[in-house]
Write a protein that binds this ligand. Sequence first.
Ligand code: GLA
Length: 422
Amino acid sequence: MEKRNCIGARQRVFWNTTMTRTLGLLTCALCLSAGAQKFPQLDLTPQMGWNSWNKFQGNINEDLIRQMADAMATNGMKDAGYQYINIDDCWQGDRDAQGFIHPNPQKFPSGMKALADYIHSKGLKFGIYSDAGAKTCGGYAGSRGHEYQDALTYAQWGVDYLKYDWCGCEDMNAAGAYTTMRDALYAAGRPIVFSICEWGQNKPWLWAGPIGNSWRTTTDITPCFDCDVDHKTWQQWGVLQIMDAQKPLRQYAGPGHWNDPDMLEVGNGMSTNEDRAHFSMWCMLAAPLISGNDLRNMPPETLQVLANKDVIAVDQDTLGLEGFVYSTNQNVEFWFKPLSGGDWAFCALNRGTTPQKISFHWKRENVSDDLSKCDAHFGTITYALRNLWTKQDAGATSRTLRTEVPGHDVLMLRLTKISPRS
Ligand code: GLA
């Protein structure tokens, strides 16, 4: 594979899609607010952090958030690249007579500025949550009509990340509502990662690139590998359901504008092999890695999944390309993800519950990615294989790969070219 061509093509794809989207929105943006934009150079690799929702929902307070920051700073996660400590819904108190939002005084008696200072003192960053509607999904004060005031407040508190939800917005235009908050954040002047949480309802991948740093592609995740939960008015999806929904969207994501398949459920009740497969696939999808478990009480096997630097390097690769399914054999999907420097990530994902034997005849395969123009001709080029979970060398593509993948698990390899030398 010719490294220079592949990266050059990737940049062309990025600029072509960016230019098309930008030109489309330019007219509208110019008449709304001259000069407004999202902050450049933010989130060039997918954001990594922790969020309170998946484990704690509304049961949050400042002690809990501080303890999460303490844990992340010392347990190896910060060292592995995690940086955001994000409070989700249910932190809000009342608005004052001027309309400024205040945190719930029982849950956050020291105030948000003090909490942000504490998190920053650990070398971490601070994230918060609001909603484009009048009320959040939990029924607390949303930002509708207070966008500029809220953005200013967040900037004064020292917020670095905003997750912005979509409850109670049935009568609103999604691109317009998210543009308003983007402009408000920009006007407030503090670079804040803008995480759009609109659940994919209005196809944000088509319009959110110039607005946010990431956008949710689906409804909420639940800690289950293969299921959906019907709550009548809304649904939750398992890992495979969300992953499948994101497969057709890879051309829309890239540095600074990511598809978001929702926060991680690692450590929240799935088996270790399911946690490993979930984490691996989120990395193959270049997804934001926002852990959602209790960082204070983690069994070693959970931490080993969340802090595996080799797997994280696949997610954080600077090309910013999502992987794709190359071929399928019964329950096993063979995924490839182009990486910078001519490397590839490979994942054999067993969607089934029973172990499946696989054989992959590298030399007969010709991987070619239409989007990035990266290709791997295994017939003429040999790659060394490294198993990213066992951390062992796994031979080379000169020999057929034969192994067994347990149910709901993965074999994940990194491929590095060894011959011919270029
Ligand atoms: C929505 C979001 C979730 C979470 C809750 C909070 O359901 O999709 O991620 O933020 O709201 O109420």
